[in-house]
Design a protein around this ligand. Structure first.
Ligand code: ANZ
Ligand code: ZN
Length: 792
C-alpha cells in the first residue's frame, strides 16, 4: 500500500491542534527550552518558501528537544504593523485591517497544515491595542530616561513610501522595502539614542554564540574607530576635523568641508559663491551611496584657507561630497600622500601631494617612518601619532576621540499603520508624554484617507478627533503627535510578550522571564543583521536597565539561514518564479518538502530548489513507510544493524545540536537503506528509529508511532533513544588486502569474521577483481583481523 501522505498529514495537523500537542503550560515546567521563529509580516496572501525554510529549521531543533524531554516553547505571531503590511493593503485596495484578517488566518492555517509545532495559545499580533500599549510604554520609558528625543536632521526620505526611514532601512543605497533611491530631507523627527549604547552593543558581540556574518555586520555597522579631533582655523573661526592618522598632519595639503557643513556659506568668498552654489545643488541630489562609492570625486574651491595647527601653514579649503556630514565632524584634513580618496581628488584638481610617512609607494596607507614632519622625523608613525596628539592636547588644539558609525535610530514614520507616538504638544507645557495609565493611544480605525499624502505629515494629522486632546499635565487643550512608530520597534520586543500575551498589568511577567529567557535558539535571515537583530539587542539592554531582565543578549544562539533559490535564481513575483510551499505540500507532502529543503545543504548556504530533487525526499518517505511491514516484536537484529543504528544516534545528536541538518538527514537515509536490506526489523529498533526521523518528517513519524501501538504523541515524552554502548563496542576491524604481497585495498569488516565469509567479501571487491582478472588463485593467506594476501 502506498503512503497516503495527504490523508495522514491532514490527520496529524488537526489532531495536534485539537490535543494542543505543542501548547506549553508556561508556569509549569522543569526543563524550559525557548525556540524562536522570526514572526512573519503577513503582508502577502501566504507563506513564502523562505519563511517556510527558516520556520522548519527552528521546528526541527524544537522537536528534537521535545524528544529529549525538554519543555519546549515554540510560539508564533504576526508582525502586522508597518509599511510592509500597509503597502500591500494599498496595492490590493483594502484597509490594512481588512486585509490582515484574511492574511493572518491564511498564514496560520498554512503553518498548522505544515505540521510546524507552534503554541497558538500564546501568540502575539503587534496591531492589537493590548500589544501596542506596551510598544508605546517602551517609548515612554525611553523618553523618561532622555533616550527618546526630537531633533532636526538630514534624513532619508523615501519618495515612494512617502515617509522618512532609519539609516538601517537603506540597503545598498536604496529603500529596503521598495528599492527607491531616498532623498535627503531636513526634518524634525523622533529618535532613540541607540548611540549611547554603541560600546555596549559592540562589546557584547564578543561572547555571543551568533553566526559570524551577523556579528561582523553589526561590528561594521557600529564602526568604532579611535582617532583624534584636531582644531584648524578658517578666517579665525575654529573648525574641527576627525582623523585616525594624526601622524600625517604635516602632509595635509588641503582641507575639505562636507556640502552640508554649517560653515560653508560663511567662508565661501564672493568670487566663488556662484560656483559653490551650483555644486551644492548637485550634491544635494545625490544619494549617500553615490557619494561614498564608485563615482568620480568632485569638489569646488571655497576661496578660503585653513591654518594647520602643527605648522601654521595655510591650505586651501574645498567642498567635496565624499566627505559626509553624518560622520565625524563633517570636515577633514586631506592627506593625498597617505589616503586613496584624497590622492584621487588631489590629482584631479592638481593639489600638492606631500609625503610624510616613508615606507612604500604613494598612496602609502600603512605605518612607516616619519619624514618632512619637523622634529618628528625619524620616529615611527605609530609613535608620532601619540606624540602629536599629546602635543595637540597640551596646546588645547585637539583631543583623543572615539567615533562610531552608528547613528541614532529614527523612529517616526509619516504613515498610518503603526502605533501612534504617545506624545502631546501643549502650548504651555511643551512636549508631554502620555501618562502610563492612559495608554494605549488608540490608532483610529480609518476607512478612508489613511493613505500617505507625501506632505511630510502623517495621515493622522488630518484626523481632528484624534489630534485634539488635552494636556496630560495642565489639562488645557493640546494636540497629539501625528506620526506613528517604526515597525522595527514592534518587533524589537515581541519574544518577551509571548510569555504574557494577555497580561494587562505588565509588559511581561518577570517570573516567567526568569524561567524562559534568554531565548535558547533563534534562526532567521541575515538581512536583519543591523536592523531587527541590532534593535532587539538595544531594547533588551533597555529592559536590563529598567530591571526587567538580568541579561543583555536576548538570544543565546542565533543562526542566519541562507536563501532558497529557484533553479539557482532569486525568486520574485515579477519573474513569476516564486515557490509556494502550499503547492508542494499538496503535490509531495510537507514532510517530503521539509526533508528536501533541509537536505539541500548547510543551514547558512544559499540553496537551489528543483522539482526533480524533491522526488528523492518523497521516495525516502515511502521507503520508511514500507519498513513497517518488516517489524517483528521478538526479532533479534544482527550486529551490523545495531551498530549502524547506535552510531547513527550518536552522529545525529551531534549534528542536531549544531544545526547540521543536511548531514543528519544523509545519515538517516543511510540507516534507512541498511534497514531496508534486512528481511526483518525488531520492534525495539523500530521504536528507536522513529524518533530519529521525527524532527524532519514529524507527521510520518507520528503515524508510524501510533501504528506501533503508542497512545501518546511521540513528542510528548522523553522518547529519544538511549545509546546501547554494547552495540558500538569495537566490532569492526580495518583489514588490508594484498595481491601477490602488494597492498591493493583496505576494507572494514566485522571482527573475527569467518574465513569463508571473508574470502567471499574479498573476491567480490571491485578493486581486487580488477587485479585478479582471469588469473588463477594459487593461495590465500589470512592473518586474522589484519590481512589477506592473495597469490596469483
Ligand atoms: C586624515 C587622514 C590621513 C585620514 C590619512 C586617513 C588617512 P574611519 O577609520 O572610517 O573612522 N574622514 C573623517 N571624517 C570623514 C567624513 N565625514 N567623511 C569622509 N571621510 C571622513 O576613517 C577615518 C578617516 O576618514 C579620517 O582620517 C578621515 O581621513 C576620514 F593618511 O584624516 B583621515
Ligand atoms: Zn500643558
Amino acid at each position: 500500500m502506498n503512503y497516503d501522505y495527504s490523508k495522514i498529514e491532514k490527520k496529524w495537523a488537526e489532531k495536534w491542534m485539537k490535543e494542543k500537542t505543542f501548547t506549553t503550560d508556561l508556569n509549569n515546567v522543569k526543563k524550559p527550552y525557548y525556540a524562536l521563529f522570526m514572526f512573519p509580516y503577513p503582508s502577502a496572501e501566504g507563506l513564502h518558501i523562505g519563511n517556510f525554510y527558516a520556520f522548519t529549521c527552528v521546528d526541527v531543533i524544537a522537536k528534537y528537544k521535545r524528544l529529549r524531554g525538554f519543555d519546549v516553547f515554540e510560539p508564533m505571531g504576526f508582525d502586522a504593523f508597518g509599511i510592509h503590511s500597509e503597502n500591500y493593503a494599498l496595492k490590493i485596495g483594502q484597509t490594512p485591517k481588512e486585509m490582515l484578517q484574511r492574511t493572518t488566518e491564511n498564514f496560520k492555517k498554512q503553518i498548522i497544515n505544515a505540521g510546524i509545532g507552534c503554541d497558538w495559545d500564546n501568540t502575539v499580533n503587534t496591531t492589537i491595542p493590548l500589544y501596542y500599549k506596551w510598544t508605546q510604554w517602551i517609548f515612554i520609558k525611553l523618553f523618561e530616561k532622555g533616550l527618546a528625543f526630537q531633533k532636526e536632521a538630514l534624513l532619508n526620505w523615501c519618495p515612494s513610501c512617502l515617509t522618512v526611514l532609519a539609516d538601517e532601512q537603506i540597503e545598498d543605497g536604496v529603500c529596503e522595502r521598495c528599492k527607491t533611491v531616498p532623498e535627503k530631507k531636513n526634518m524634525k523627527q523622533w529618535f532613540f539614542k541607540i548611540t549611547n549604547y554603541a560600546d555596549r552593543l559592540l562589546k557584547g558581540l564578543e561572547d555571543m554564540d551568533w553566526s559570524e556574518i551577523t556579528k561582523s555586520a553589526q561590528k561594521n555597522w557600529i564602526g568604532r574607530s579611535i582617532g583624534t579631533e584636531v582644531d584648524f582655523t578658517i578666517n579665525r573661526e575654529k573648525v574641527t576635523v576627525f582623523t585616525t592618522r594624526a601622524d600625517t598632519l604635516f602632509g595635509c595639503t588641503y582641507f575639505v568641508l562636507s556640502p552640508e557643513h554649517p560653515l560653508v556659506e560663511k567662508i565661501t568668498t564672493k568670487e566663488q559663491k556662484e560656483e559653490v552654489n551650483k555644486y551644492l545643488k548637485k550634491a544635494a541630489a545625490k544619494s549617500e551611496l553615490e557619494r561614498i562609492e564608485f563615482k568620480e570625486k568632485t569638489g569646488v574651491f571655497t576661496g578660503s584657507f585653513a591654518i594647520n595647527p602643527v605648522n601654521n601653514e595655510q591650505v586651501p579649503v574645498w567642498i567635496a561630497d565624499y566627505v559626509l556630514m553624518s560622520y565625524g565632524t563633517g570636515a577633514i584634513m586631506a592627506v593625498p600622500a597617505h589616503d586613496e580618496r584624497d590622492l584621487e581628488f588631489a590629482k584631479k584638481y592638481k593639489i600638492e601631494i606631500k609625503e610624510v610617512v616613508s615606507g612604500g609607494e604613494i598612496p602609502f596607507t600603512e605605518e612607516g617612518v616619519m619624514i618632512n614632519s619637523g622634529r618628528y622625523n625619524g620616529t615611527s608613525s605609530e609613535e608620532a601619532r601619540e606624540e602629536i596628539t599629546d602635543w595637540l592636547i597640551k596646546n588645547n588644539l585637539g583631543r583623543r576621540k572615539v567615533n562610531y558609525r552608528l547613528r541614532d535610530w529614527c523612529i517616526s514614520r509619516q504613515r498610518y499603520w503603526g502605533p501612534p507616538i504617545p506624545v502631546v504638544y501643549c502650548n504651555d507645557c511643551g512636549t508631554v508624554p502620555v501618562k502610563e495609565e492612559e495608554l494605549p493611544v488608540l490608532l483610529p480605525d480609518l476607512k478612508k484617507d489613511w493613505e500617505p499624502a507625501g506632505d511630510g505629515k502623517g495621515p493622522l494629522s488630518k484626523v481632528e478627533k484624534f489630534m485634539k486632546t488635552t494636556c496630560p499635565r495642565c489639562k488645557k487643550e493640546a494636540v497629539r503627535e501625528a506620526d506613528v512608530m517604526d515597525n522595527f520597534l514592534d518587533s524589537a520586543w515581541y519574544f518577551f510578550r509571548y510569555l504574557s500575551s494577555k497580561n494587562e498589568k505588565a509588559i511581561f511577567d518577570k517570573k516567567l522571564g526568569e524561567k524562559w529567557l534568554p531565548v535558547d535558539i533563534y534562526i532567521g535571515g541575515n538581512e536583519h543583521a543591523v536592523l531587527h537583530l541590532m534593535y532587539t539587542r538595544f531594547i533588551t539592554m533597555i529592559f536590563h536597565d529598567l530591571g526587567l531582565v538580568n541579561f543583555d543578549n536576548p538570544f543565546l544562539k542565533f543562526r542566519a539561514n541562507g536563501m532558497i533559490l529557484n533553479e539557482g535564481k532569486k525568486m520574485s513575483k515579477s519573474k513569476g518564479n516564486v515557490i509556494n510551499p502550499e503547492e508542494y505540500g499538496e503535490k509531495t507532502g510537507y514532510d517530503a518538502l521539509k526533508t528536501y529543503l533541509l537536505f539541500l545543504g548547510p543551514l547558512s548556504d544559499d540553496k537551489s530548489f528543483s522539482d526533480r530533487g524533491i522526488l528523492g525526499a518523497k521516495r525516502w518517505i515511502e521507503k520508511v513507510f514500507s519498513l513497517k511491514d518488516k517489524i517483528e516484536e521478538d526479532y533479534k537484529d544482527n550486529k551490523k544493524v545495531l551498530l549502524k543504528l547506535n552510531k547513527t544516534i550518536i552522529e545525529i545528536e551531534e549534528d542536531l545540536e549544531d544545526q547540521k541538518y543536511n548531514t543528519a538527514i544523509a545519515k538517516i537515509m543511510e540507516l534507512t537503506n541498511v534497514l531496508a536490506k534486512e528481511r526483518k526489523i525488531s520492534k525495539d529498533t523500530w521504536l528507536k528509529f522513529l524518533p530519529l526521523i521525527a524532527p524532519f518528517a514529524p507527521m510520518l513519524a507520528e503515524e508510524m508511532w501510533e501504528i506501533a501501538g503508542n497512545k501518546k504523541s511521540i513528542f510528548k515524552e522523553n522518547n529519544w533513544p538511549e545509546i546501547d554502548k554494547n552495540a558500538i563496542k569495537e566490532t569492526t576491524v580495518n583489514l588490508v588486502i594484498q595481491v601477490n604481497g602488494k597492498v591493493r585495498e583496505t576494507i572494514v569488516v566485522e571482527k573475527d569474521i569467518a574465513e569463508n565469509d571473508l574470502q567471499k567479501l574479498v573476491l567480490e571487491n571491485e578493486k581486487i577483481k580488477k587485479w585478479i582478472k582471469d588469473s588463477e588463485i594459487k593461495k590465500t593467506v589470512i592473518i586474522k583481523n589484519k590481512l589477506v594476501n592473495i597469490v596469483i
